[in-house]
Design a protein around this ligand. Sequence first.
Ligand SMILES: Cc1ncc(COP(=O)(O)O)c(C=O)c1O
Length: 424
Amino acid sequence: MKQLYPHSPTLPLIGKMDIQHNILLIGGRRAEDLVAEFGSPLYVYDAAVIRARFRELREAITYPNVDLHYACKANTNLAILRLLHAEGAYIDAVSPGEVFLALTAGFSPEHVLFTGNNVTDEEMEYVLDRGILVNVDSLSQLDRYGRLAPDSRVSLRINPDVGSGHHDHCITGGPDSKFGIVIEDVDQARQIIAGHRLQVVGLHAHVGSGILEAEPFLQAADALLDVVRRFEGLEFVDFGGGLGVPYRPDEPRLAVRALGARVSERFHAFCHDYGRPLTLKLEPGRYVVCEAGMLLTRCNSIKATRTHTFVGTDSGFNHLIRHPLYLSYHEIINASNVEDERFVYDVCGNICESADFFARGRLMSRVREGDVLAILNAGAYGFCMSSNYNSRPRPAEVLVDGGTARVIRARETLEDLLRGQGEF
Ligand SMILES: Cc1ncc(COP(=O)(O)O)c(C=O)c1O
């Protein structure tokens, strides 16, 4: 059996993707067989990769008192939530829907932190009624929260005036960000807190997504810790998520061990000065699930023009929107013909929009109609950002674990398109 990308420092995904007779295997299963059994297009996740990534992060943090809140916006499939629950993860939830899914998956309310944006009173009530801690995002929300739940515990999201991310759309800190309470407003926040006799138990910052270097995290951590010094009696500091993964074969891997050690050392020293051992929280989403997932899609038509060869597939940006949204690179493997003469292709979907591409000008092993393509790194912000645009049902999701594949979300049918409108 051959390994993909023998020379790449970053791929394959912990050795779980292999080639046998020029056919791609995922977690020991042939991609083509998975499509034959479960249909195309198909999201496939490798449970071993999710566990390995989660454990890697846990081991990277040497500070003893750590909670890893999986940012479930990255992938809210119930089976994946349950898998991470079994690993000892906690949850970062941003909406009542995510709270509902987390509780349904078995997470206890005290292991969920709710960090919404532009949250309504009704949403806060939903979260409060379930005994979940609210991480407040603005002065307005703080005041409304205080009126709803005076004398209660609360956490504050701070904008530490640092932002970073793989694309402008993914920067969530700094002067242009809509998230968090800016540092200049912290005194005003303290007045609101005193007015409602709230107890601030934690401070939080999340500065962006897809970060591949340690520096932005450390800068944001230092800025947040400066704010933490102004609050007595805290229980935790939450440095958010944002840890990136390489999407391109030549992209460097984030040095997670080194980052974990540096954050841990800083935090240890900080707690010594602060006078009590606080809990360190992190909220990784992408890092845990991204590399575990791929979208399998069948090429159904090839169109060669004077300037392009379009590889047309049975999926589209309704199923994986990251290329049109962020111009994100996703490695694509011809799972039916992994190594052959290579050609330049534009890999596109079946959606009636000219932005409907998974890749443009991509050098790939020869593609024939009927081949199954594997679009890698689709485990995070893939299915959860999908839609029914063009009235196309969403794909099924399958989890491969210990060589066994099982459906963890059924493929939508045309009848699903009628849901909620049948009686009108
Ligand atoms: C508050 C918060 N925490 C954590 C995350 C997870 O980010 P990532 O998937 O990049 O780790 C996000 C993502 O937007 C977020 O908004």
